[in-house]
Write a protein that binds this ligand. Structure first.
Ligand SMILES: C[S@@+](CC[C@H](N)C(=O)[O-])C[C@H]1O[C@@H](n2cnc3c(N)ncnc32)[C@H](O)[C@@H]1O
Ligand SMILES: [Zn+2]
Ligand SMILES: [Zn+2]
Ligand SMILES: [Zn+2]
Ligand SMILES: [Zn+2]
Ligand SMILES: [Zn+2]
Ligand SMILES: [Zn+2]
Length: 464
């Protein structure tokens, strides 16, 4: 079994070769055969979505002209201003309004060519104002991975913002928050940055920027100017950033982006204060996020989704509450959570889930995953309630584990978290895992249907 690990070579990426998704990233892949350094797409983790692959020592020899053509081709059908004019025309029309997913086209005219395409028809005015509710979610888990917040979570998050006095909201990969502000909160303003170019059809050039959050790339320079102007609204006062990146995106790349935005925010507004940020991600990413963003902490708030089997909250009758949390640089004592499900812990000075009991031995409210943890005096820490102290492993572990198969003293080879092997790492895409059952002879992962992927993630979360 050959072990590989791929790292991002951090540094200034703007001078790296470009693919259609902006500057590529320099990766360093270590295997038993040695180390390979290559440039590849920042946004697409599957090479079938973006083929860019250039070895570092070939960077002056690759076919740049061919890639420049691909880049121009990628953007050629997007004319934001024209699309916005078309949006208004469609809004005012009384004919049947439709959107073609294949052609990325909104219209109210009859066009037989779309008959065999994926078309959403009979769009109401409200549909046009809530595109995230009508656009079929792109669920490529290695690219967009679109999972939408439930109305309940949108409401809770906006309540938190309003209590904290935020009025200008940067939504990165968070169209639901953007749409809710636009349609229901005239006192707030919002800008959406997202890689899903379908939003051009439904948004003004002043409120939507086609953007890649993995390399801070704006597909059009005009959009970059729009964003920088937005960053200076009210001289930066009452500004907040919210982001819900695709699950599995690399934390180091996302952190680099959010740090760059923070630097721009401080420079443009001539302020020393940091931009308040809310980064939505699974609870088990806490060590990684805190590693790259040391002033971030995890709130207990469980983010509820409407179209993901594993991310739905207990309020919808699921046994396991949502594993998705808010990470923020805002002091947690200020983030008031809905009192029906959360309480204020005076000892920790923050809002926590009602099930999260304060442990005096640990000096903290210790639950991470929505269950009530129990303190083990042998391990000297709180553990998940289903775990038992195993004499052989000399620590608490899942019931039914095979002793000594997991080297608990070691971290996962990939995410560096303790308690699971690389093969079980929930963050690792299948192509990086050691070859095992369910893979083809060539080592490729057999394609799973979305529901299977969902069940697999559910199982992983149970094991955690
Ligand atoms: C997990 S969904 C979050 C949606 C959010 N929960 C909502 O309801 O508004 C991820 C979002 O990030 C966007 N996205 C995915 N990859 C991106 C990238 N490289 N750059 C910018 N946006 C991206 C997707 O289009 C999608 O809107
Ligand atoms: Zn690319
Ligand atoms: Zn079409
Ligand atoms: Zn506490
Ligand atoms: Zn404890
Ligand atoms: Zn124990
Ligand atoms: Zn054991």
């Amino acid at each position: 079994m050959s072990k590989t690990s791929t790292d991002v070579v951090v540094g200034d990426i703007d001078n790296n070769p470009h693919c259609p998704h902006g500057p590529t990233v320099l990766f360093s892949k270590a295997s038993q055969e040695g180390v390979t350094r290559y440039f590849a797409c920042s946004a697409c983790r599957d090479r079938k979505n973006c083929k860019f692959y250039v070895l570092e020592d070939q960077r002056d020899k690759y076919n740049k002209a061919a890639w420049d053509k691909e880049i121009a081709n990628f953007k050629k059908d997007v004319h934001h201003r024209q699309m916005y004019i078309n949006y208004h025309k469609t809004l005012q029309s009384s004919s049947v309004r439709w959107f073609c997913n294949n052609c990325n086209k909104l219209s109210c005219e009859e066009e037989p060519k779309h008959l065999s395409h994926s078309v959403v028809k009979y769009l109401s005015l409200s549909d046009l104002e809530h595109p995230s509710k009508i656009l079929p979610p792109l669920d490529d888990s290695k690219k967009e991975a679109q999972y939408h917040f439930s109305d309940l979570s949108v409401r809770d998050i906006l309540r938190i913002f309003m209590r904290l006095g935020y009025r200008n909201v940067i939504c990165i990969g968070a169209p639901r928050i953007h749409e809710c502000i636009k349609n229901n909160h005239p006192n707030l303003s919002s800008i959406l940055l997202d890689i899903d170019k379908r939003y051009h059809n439904f948004s003004s050039p002043l409120e939507y920027c086609w953007y890649n959050m993995f390399n801070h790339h704006f597909f059009f320079t005009e959009a970059k100017d729009v964003f920088e102007t937005f960053l200076q609204t009210d001289r930066g006062k009452g500004m907040v950033l919210i982001t819900d990146p695709p699950f599995g995106g690399r934390t180091e790349m996302l952190s680099a982006t959010f740090k760059r935005i923070n630097e721009d925010y401080k420079r443009l507004n001539k302020t020393e204060s940091n931009l308040p940020m809310f980064w939505i991600y699974p609870y088990f990413m806490e060590p990684q996020i805190v590693n790259y963003m040391p002033d971030f902490a995890m709130s207990d708030y469980k983010v509820d989704y409407e179209n993901h089997c594993s991310f739905q909250n207990s309020r919808r009758g699921k046994i396991q509450g949502s594993p998705i949390r808010i990470f923020t640089n805002v002091n947690l004592s200020l983030i008031e959570l809905p009192p029906n499900e959360y309480r204020f812990c005076n000892k920790c000075s923050k809002w926590v889930g009602k099930e999260n009991k304060h442990c005096d031995s640990c000096g903290a409210c210790t639950s991470k995953n929505g269950e009530t943890y129990v303190h083990c005096y042998l391990c000297n820490r709180c553990v998940k309630p289903a775990w038992v102290h195993c004499q052989q492993c000399n620590r608490c572990a899942q019931l039914g584990h095979t002793c000594s198969t997991i080297n608990f003293s070691k971290d996962c080879f990939y995410c560096k978290e303790r308690g699971h092997k690389q093969a079980d790492c929930p963050l690792l895409s299948s192509d990086k895992k050691p070859v095992k059952k369910g893979t083809t002879k060539s080592g490729k992962q057999k394609k799973r249907k979305p529901s299977e992927r969902c069940n697999k993630l559910k199982k992983k979360l149970k094991q955690q």
